[in-house]
Design a binder for this molecule. Structure first.
Ligand SMILES: *Cc1c(COP(=O)(O)O)cnc(C)c1O
Length: 374
């Protein structure tokens, strides 16, 4: 089945059942009745461990990514933490210098717990190779990276990981299962902040781990999910599952809009640099073209002058909203350096733009007038 069909049907019954609701019910009950022989016929005991809406969502995620098992969490960060907690103190993780939240979990939560970690610009395979240690158990790859939009070669990193006895996990939040097929490129696991493109409407917080194999490592993540309880509510699962139905339309439009906007920004005199893998001038363009169907809905750009000019460029916008996060139907813009700690590495002049599904002419006109204030 093609991905457009899957996004509509994944996790829903594909074998017709008379009188089955086409839109699933929301099961709010936290408890499920046992049979007379004390068994639980449908496998649900207590909602921390499983729930019909979460199970349907997890089934959808497995089908969308083409894996074997999935675990849904209350946020992308909770999903990330579960993977790190499934490792052992003394294990070494290499992670892409990318999303600040993942870095924070590694340095401020997992390092004191005993996990060793290296943050690397994984778009440079030489740097990555030299960071590998005998204790490296996991490479956490984020491509395209948020917010610097660096592209890493998933297939090459998979080879490197496997020849060193490590697993490869791809944070596919920005790539999405529509545009970037991580398992086909050799990844062992995929992580999503489902808050972003899978939900698509900026109204649910969620995360997920999808695994290519239902192996012992995944079972540990499953155990942490149910024992730790950082799980999404039935209503959040239902909303996410509903959002997924339109994902292919949203993501395609967002990627088309983003490419046109990136080109517009590249030619604007107030813009020092437009950072988007879809531009031929982007250093990761050839790799992105090889491993992505389109280049996604997220882009960044450097405003000439730096911090003050970048912030000023956002104040005159009327359609594009100043807000964090990404992946919604509405376009949002953020000055990342002012929400990240000092010296994190994001340039002061950088604005990150999450491109929505509005008409691209309106978005470009909005940016034009914002940049005229610089
Ligand atoms: C948002 C985000 C996360 C974290 O997910 P939350 O749902 O906000 O906890 C992780 N990785 C990337 C690339 C993200 O954009």
């Amino acid at each position: 089945m093609k991905i457009e069909t899957l996004t509509v049907h994944a996790g829903h019954s594909l074998t017709p059942n008379e009188n089955e609701p086409i839109v699933p019910a929301i099961t709010l009950s936290t408890i499920f009745e046992r049979a007379e022989d004390c068994s639980y016929k449908h496998g649900h005991i207590y909602t921390r461990a499983s729930n019909p809406n979460r199970r349907a969502l997890e089934r959808a995620l497995v089908e969308l990514e083409g894996g074997k098992a999935a675990a849904a969490f209350a946020s992308g960060s909770a999903a990330t933490l579960a993977v790190f907690q499934a490792l052992a103190p003394g294990d070494h993780v290499i992670a892409t210098e990318g999303f600040y939240g993942t870095t924070k979990l590694l340095l401020d939560v997992m390092k004191p717990w005993g996990l060793e970690c290296s943050l690397v610009n994984t778009s440079d395979l030489g740097l990555l190779r030299s960071a590998i240690r005998p204790t490296t158990k996991l490479i956490w790859l984020e491509t395209p990276s948020n917010p610097q939009m660096r592209v890493s070669d998933i297939a090459e990193v998979a080879k490197l990981a496997h020849s060193s006895g490590a697993r490869l996990l791809c944070d596919n939040t920005v790539g999405t299962p529509i545009l970037q097929r991580c398992f086909e490129l050799g990844a062992d696991m995929v992580m999503h902040s489902t808050t972003k493109y899978l939900c698509g409407h900026s109204d649910v917080l969620g995360g997920a781990i999808v695994s290519r194999e239902d192996d012992a490592f995944f079972q540990k993540i499953r155990m942490i999910q149910s024992a730790g309880g950082a799980v999404p509510s039935p209503f959040d699962c239902w909303l996410l599952h509903r959002g997924i139905r339109t994902m292919s339309l949203r993501v395609r439009t967002q990627a088309e809009n983003a490419l046109a906007i990136a080109k517009f920004l590249a030619g604007h005199p107030a813009v020092e640099k437009s950072l988007y893998p879809g531009l031929e001038t982007h250093p990761g363009h050839d790799i992105a073209r090889k491993q992505m169907k389109q280049f996604g809905g997220l882009l960044s750009f450097l405003v000439r002058g730096g911090r003050e000019q970048a912030i000023r460029a956002t104040t005159g916008l009327r359609i594009i909203r100043r807000a964090s996060s990404l992946g919604g139907t509405e376009s949002t813009i953020e000055h990342r350096a002012s929400v990240e700690p000092p010296n994190f590495g994001t340039p002061e002049g950088l604005l990150r733009l999450s491109v929505g599904i509005e008409h691209v002419d309106d978005l470009i006109a909005d940016l034009e007038q914002g940049l005229s204030k610089v």
